[in-house]
Each structure stands twice: as structure tokens, then as C-alpha cells.
Design a binder for this molecule. Structure first.
Ligand code: HEC
Ligand code: HEC
Ligand code: HEC
Ligand code: HEC
Ligand code: HEC
Ligand code: HEC
Length: 407
């Protein structure tokens, strides 16, 4: 069903740095802020922007926010009352407070993993919470804030403003919309689009000029890859989870392979926060990052979980199915399959904490889904699963999962 299109990406090998210009090391140019843009664009855009993940990546936490009560209980009043800003919040949150220096924030060592599938939210690294004054500026600001001054690493606006994608907007664009990047009439090239999105979504890259893990003073229209270096080799891509792999694969196909028919925006609508258009596309290799090669296009499960602050689909559908079908002692019943499917949904991070030497009580506590009667709570169960069976199947699951991860 799928044609192998990889050849197009391999025949041609372009130098990603060979075109365009950049603003590396220069001061951040003066740009219009979101408030100024929304003064005119409030009606068509304003409503959605308030809940857009890009806009909300840094947002104020009011003292009466529900998660504040939880933070107070677990971290104590002193630390919790210093927290002013939440970073993220969908799968994972980190916490910030303003620093004395302008455009700087301090980062709390604690992370909060959101609850999912009946599991409660969880605070990570909560034993000795402390504030780091340098880490946000050194390692995060370029992708979670706007306009980072190369000389000071201070941001110009918190969170992600219009400027990060639309760049320097000419006031005359209200008469001629072809003047503004990403408008319907502006014809940007595939590599220009890729540069805009990759300044934050090419995870694992580094600026040559600053050595920092985010782009140096990127302005829409620039060639990101004159300064930003990211490993696009087949080996590097094969190690990524499907969610991150499809991003780097798309970047590689455009900036090294010279393909122009597919960019992030062929599939993603930023303001609608939708991927509906992607369903209408012709199948190609990139689809296999998330879909099976044959059979139905249904994504059986989308597994994502925060892992090292990275969005992950831990396994693709094919791998999940392989783990669900692991043989047991005899022909599998529904409960066997239910248990195996349950295990595929556990995050790598959670599994990493598991210790086979634990007592049964410790295992049940770690899992958190055992009922008072000592059996696992599963939907669609024909029979009970006790902790002994759970441990036995988990050991097989872990061994197989390690093999998959090694690929
Ligand atoms: C300046 C950094 C930056 C730029 C530029 C950027 N992103 Fe993002 N993007 C982020 C961050 C950070 C998040 C996570 C926000 C959160 O949940 O806290 C995100 C989230 C997303 C998401 C998931 C949330 C959603 O809206 O469904 C998608 C998809 C996405 N970005 C695609 C893109 C595309 C496509 C582009 C290029 C047009 C782009 N981004 C440009 C930083 C950026
Ligand atoms: C993360 C990147 C990103 C950010 C940040 C962003 N935009 Fe956009 N914008 C896009 C993309 C991509 C499009 C093309 C259509 C789409 O994907 O929604 C677009 C389209 C538009 C359009 C045309 C709408 C239409 O109907 O096609 C307007 C107007 C606009 N943006 C204004 C803004 C304003 C104002 C802000 C800040 C408040 C902003 N954008 C922030 C990426 C972004
Ligand atoms: C003085 C009013 C005004 C301001 C300020 C303004 N715009 Fe516009 N913008 C317009 C008008 C009018 C249009 C054309 C009609 C339309 O599409 O809404 C337009 C069109 C656009 C489009 C193209 C929409 C399309 O249909 O393709 C984008 C993108 C855009 N503006 C982004 C921005 C961004 C980003 C900012 C801030 C940096 C901004 N605008 C500031 C008035 C303004
Ligand atoms: C062939 C279509 C396609 C292309 C090309 C593509 N994506 Fe995606 N992307 C998707 C789909 C579909 C999802 C899954 C969305 C979901 O889970 O609902 C996704 C997921 C994501 C996510 C995670 C969203 C979340 O909700 O957490 C991010 C971030 C993202 N893509 C960014 C990008 C960027 C940046 C590019 C360009 C370099 C890109 N994508 C290219 C189809 C595509
Ligand atoms: C990053 C992961 C990802 C990539 C890459 C991806 N998809 Fe999807 N696809 C999804 C997810 C998640 C869904 C379900 C939610 C949605 O529609 O966004 C989906 C749903 C679909 C559906 C609807 C299936 C149904 O039965 O409802 C079709 C059709 C589809 N994708 C086709 C494609 C094609 C064609 C490609 C390649 C051009 C592709 N997808 C690439 C993740 C992905
Ligand atoms: C190269 C850009 C980049 C850097 C640097 C970066 N992030 Fe992110 N971050 C992203 C993007 C893009 C996403 C959303 C999609 C994904 O996970 O890949 C994200 C997601 C997150 C999320 C989860 C958002 C959610 O709602 O689930 C948190 C929390 C986060 N980052 C915190 C941090 C912290 C803390 C740092 C610094 C130590 C940092 N990030 C450094 C780009 C970056």
C-alpha cells in the first residue's frame, strides 16, 4: 500500500546552510507585540489565542488556582507561595518565579506530571525543592519565551508571541497581506516554514554561536541552519519516539532532501490547533511513524507522556500490538490481552522506577491500580489478576520493551 519514497530524500543531498541570511549575535529587532496585533485582530483571532498552547506555554498561576493547593500541601507554603508562573501544563509542568534581572526567571527543580487514564497527577523531584537562577535562560528561554537577547539571554516578552512565527510585520500588510509571513497570500518556501518551526521543534539541536540548545536570535525568513545544528542522520532519527521522529524526518526531507511538497503546515493548523488536514494526504513514509504500514489507518492508541520534557509517543501502533500479543502460557483470553495492553500504556519514566526486588506491597503501591482485594483494576476483565501474575507478565513485558527500545 505504501510506496517507498525515501529515495527522493536520499538522491539529493543539499547543504542546509547554503541559502539565505540570519541575525545571529545581533540585538533583537524591535517588533510589534501580541497586544498590538490583537488590537486589530481580536475578532478573527483573539478568542482562540487565549487558549493556544503556544501563547499559554508560560502563564500566571493565581494563588487560588487548584493546583496551588496541591503544591502547598506537598512542597510547603514557603516554596509554593513563591511560584508565580506555570510552564507547560498539558503533560508536564515546570514552575517559575521572576528573577531580579529583567527578562529572567528562576526555575524550580520540581516537575508535575499531569494525571491520565485514571492516574493522579504526580510531583517529581519534590524532595529538596530549590530555585535555579541560570537554567531557564541557559536552557529553556529560546523556545518558551520571545526575543532572547543574545548578549544577556534575557527575554523580551514572556511566552510565545506572534513575532516568533510571523517575524517583523510591516504595518502596510493591512493593505497588502502578501507582506506578512504565513499569511494566505505570502508564498514562503518550504525551507522558510521549516526554519520557523524548527527553531523550537528541532529538539536536541544546538546553536554554533552560543552553544545553547536553542536558536540564536532567529527572525522569520532567516535560514535557521546557518547557525543551528541538529543531527538528522538515519541513526539519530531511528532512536526517536514517533512523535519526535516525524518532526525531524520532515525537517530532513526539506532541508537535506530538497522536497517541497510537505511541511509542518501541510498537516498542522496552528491557530485552530488541529491536524485534520493531514488525513486527506497521500500516504508516504512519514505516515509510518504513527500508522501501521498495512490495514486500517486507525491509530490504535496514541501514547504520549513527558519524558525529559519531550513529547513522546512511546511506541508506534505496530510495536504496541506486538507487545499486546505476547504469548502467555496458553491461548490468550481477553484478560491476558487486557493486561498486556495495560502495560503498553505505562510510560517509560514510570517503568524506570520499578524494582523487581520489591515486595508485593511495594509493587502494588507503585502501580496504584490494585483494589483493596489485591487484584488489579482493569476494564473488560473476565477473571482477576493478582500481583503474582502481574509481576510475571510485567517481567516479560519489560524484557521485550527493552528490545524494542534498542532498535
Ligand atoms: C518559539 C518557539 C516555537 C515556535 C517558533 C513554534 N513552536 Fe510549536 N510549540 C512550542 C512549544 C514550547 C510548545 C509547547 C507548548 C506547551 O504546551 O506548553 C509547542 C507546541 C506545539 C504543538 C502542540 C500543541 C498544539 O497546538 O497542538 C504543535 C503541533 C506545534 N507546536 C507545531 C508548531 C509548528 C507547525 C510551528 C511552525 C509554524 C511551531 N510549532 C512553531 C514552541 C514553538
Ligand atoms: C507558533 C507560530 C505562530 C504564532 C506564535 C502565531 N501565529 Fe499566526 N499563523 C501561524 C500560521 C502557521 C498561520 C497559517 C494558518 C494556521 O496554521 O493557522 C497563521 C495565520 C495567521 C493569520 C491568518 C489567519 C487566517 O485566517 O489564515 C493571522 C491574522 C495571524 N496568524 C495572526 C497572528 C497573531 C496576531 C498572533 C499573535 C497574537 C499570531 N498569529 C501568532 C503561526 C503562528
Ligand atoms: C492596524 C491594524 C493591524 C495591526 C496592528 C496588525 N494587523 Fe495584521 N492585518 C490587518 C488587516 C486590516 C489585515 C487584512 C484583513 C485581514 O485579513 O484581517 C491584516 C492581515 C494580517 C494577516 C494575513 C491574514 C490573511 O488573510 O492571510 C496576518 C498573518 C496578520 N495580519 C498578522 C499580524 C500580526 C502578526 C500583527 C502584529 C505583529 C498584525 N497583523 C498587526 C490589520 C492589522
Ligand atoms: C504528515 C503530516 C505531518 C507533518 C508533515 C508534521 N506533523 Fe506534527 N503531527 C502530525 C499528527 C497527525 C500529529 C498527532 C496529533 C495528535 O496526536 O492529535 C502530530 C503531532 C505533532 C506534535 C505533538 C502535538 C501534541 O499534541 O503534543 C508536534 C509538536 C508536532 N507534530 C510538530 C510538528 C512540526 C514542527 C512539524 C514540521 C517540522 C510537523 N509536526 C510535521 C502530523 C504531521
Ligand atoms: C505524528 C503522528 C502521525 C503522523 C506522522 C501521521 N498521522 Fe495520521 N493520525 C495520527 C493521529 C494521532 C490520528 C488520530 C487523530 C487525528 O486525526 O489527528 C490520525 C488519524 C489519521 C486518519 C484518520 C483515521 C481514522 O480512522 O479516523 C487518517 C486517514 C490518517 N491519519 C492518515 C495519515 C496519513 C496519510 C499520514 C501521512 C501523510 C499520516 N496520517 C501521518 C497520527 C499521525
Ligand atoms: C529547542 C527548544 C526547547 C528547549 C530548549 C526547551 N523546550 Fe520545553 N518544549 C519545547 C517544545 C517544542 C515542547 C512541546 C512539544 C514537545 O514536547 O516536543 C516543549 C514542552 C515542554 C513542556 C511540556 C509542556 C506540556 O504542556 O506538557 C515543559 C514543561 C517544558 N517544555 C519545559 C522546558 C524546560 C524547563 C526547559 C529548559 C530546561 C525546556 N523546556 C527547554 C521546546 C523546548
Amino acid at each position: 500500500m505504501f510506496s517507498l519514497l525515501a529515495a527522493t530524500g536520499q538522491d539529493q543531498k543539499l547543504d542546509p546552510a547554503a541559502w539565505g541570511s540570519d541575525h545571529v549575535g545581533k540585538p533583537v529587532p524591535e517588533y510589534l507585540t501580541g497586544d498590538e496585533c490583537l488590537f486589530c485582530h481580536r475578532v478573527n483571532l483573539g478568542t482562540g489565542w487565549g487558549s493556544n498552547h503556544h501563547n499559554m506555554t508560560m502563564h500566571a498561576l493565581e494563588p487560588d488556582a487548584s493546583i496551588m493547593a496541591e503544591l502547598k500541601r506537598q512542597l510547603g507554603d514557603k516554596v509554593a507561595s513563591e511560584i508565580k508562573v506555570e510552564l507547560g501544563g498539558r503533560l508536564l509542568s515546570r514552575f517559575l518565579k521572576p528573577d531580579q534581572a529583567y527578562g529572567k526567571m528562576d526555575l524550580l527543580s520540581v516537575a508535575r506530571k499531569s494525571g491520565s487514564a485514571g492516574k493522579p497527577a504526580e510531583l517529581l523531584h519534590k524532595d529538596q525543592p530549590h530555585w535555579d537562577t541560570a537554567q531557564f535562560a541557559e536552557s529553556c528561554a529560546g523556545c518558551h519565551a520571545t526575543g532572547i537577547e543574545p548578549s544577556t539571554k534575557a527575554f523580551s516578552s514572556p511566552s510565545l508571541d506572534c513575532y516568533t512565527c510571523h517575524g517583523l510585520v510591516d504595518p502596510k500588510h493591512s493593505k497588502d497581506t502578501s507582506l506578512v509571513f504565513l499569511s494566505r497570500k505570502h508564498k514562503e518556501t518550504a525551507r522558510e516554514v521549516i526554519s520557523i518551526c524548527a527553531q523550537c521543534h528541532a529538539r536536541g539541536g544546538r546553536s554554533r554561536a552560543s552553544g545553547l540548545p536553542y536558536a540564536n536570535n532567529f527572525v522569520a525568513g532567516d535560514n535557521l541552519f546557518r547557525d543551528f545544528q541538529v543531527d538528522l542522520s538515519p541513526e539519530a532519527l531511528s532512536k526517536l519516539d514517533p512523535g519526535n521522529r516525524h518532526i525531524l524526518e520532515n525537517i530532513r526531507d526539506v532541508v537535506v532532501g530538497g522536497k517541497e511538497d510537505l511541511t509542518c503546515l501541510t498537516c498542522h493548523q496552528i491557530h485552530k490547533q488541529s491536524t485534520l488536514p493531514h488525513r486527506r494526504l497521500v500516504k508516504s513514509d512519514i505516515c509510518l511513524d504513527c500508522h501501521n504500514a498495512t490495514g486500517s489507518m486507525k491509530v490504535r492508541k496514541t501514547l504520549r507522556g513527558p519524558q525529559q520534557n519531550v513529547w513522546v509517543l512511546t511506541m508506534n501502533a505496530e510495536q504496541q500490538r506486538a507487545l499486546e500479543q505476547l504469548p502467555g502460557d496458553g491461548p490468550p483470553d481477553e484478560t491476558d490481552i487486557g493486561l498486556r495492553a495495560y502495560l503498553t500504556r505505562l510510560s517509560d519514566e514510570h517503568l524506570a522506577k520499578y524494582d523487581p526486588n520489591w515486595t508485593d506491597e511495594q509493587v502494588m503501591e507503585w502501580d496504584g491500580q490494585f483494589r483493596e482485594d489485591g487484584n488489579l483494576m482493569l476494564v473488560c476483565c473476565e477473571r482477576d489478576i493478582d500481583v503474582e501474575e502481574f509481576r510475571r507478565v510485567l517481567a516479560i513485558h519489560l524484557a521485550e520493551r527493552r528490545k524494542l527500545a534498542a532498535h
